[in-house]
Design a protein around this ligand. Structure first.
Ligand SMILES: [Zn+2]
Length: 114
């Protein structure tokens, strides 16, 4: 399951970010998830709630921010929003495009209570 491995990588990013042997408690993880990443938010939240037990993330909540999909048409160079694959350019109807944004999944902040 895709979302489980993502949840595990979030955990290892957080473990690397918080100094060992500190009393710091992680209370929040900010995530940016692209609309085109094919990540299911509900599955990810569930996977995260399962793996965070007994880790330094046990009190952490996920704060998820959705990044809109954005592409540039290879024909007319228009930049437009797309929420899923299979969308054509709104100007020239071309399907030839470069995806600029919306495929990413990244941790953008970690909230720690000292
Ligand atoms: Zn176009």
């Amino acid at each position: 399951m895709h979302e489980l491995s993502i949840a595990q990588s979030i955990l290892s990013i957080a473990e690397n970010a918080v100094p060992k042997n500190s009393n710091a408690v992680v209370t929040g993880i900010g995530l940016q998830i692209g609309e085109l990443s094919s990540i299911e938010i509900e599955s990810l939240e569930f996977a995260f709630s399962v793996i965070k037990a007994e880790t330094l993330l046990q009190k952490a909540e996920l704060n998820i921010e959705i990044v809109k999909g954005e592409a540039r048409c290879n024909e007319c160079k228009t930049i437009f929003l797309l929420s899923s694959y299979g969308t054509c350019c709104p100007i020239c109807k071309s399907y030839s495009m470069k995806i600029l944004k919306g495929k990413e999944m990244k941790v953008f902040n970690i909230t720690v209570d000292e």
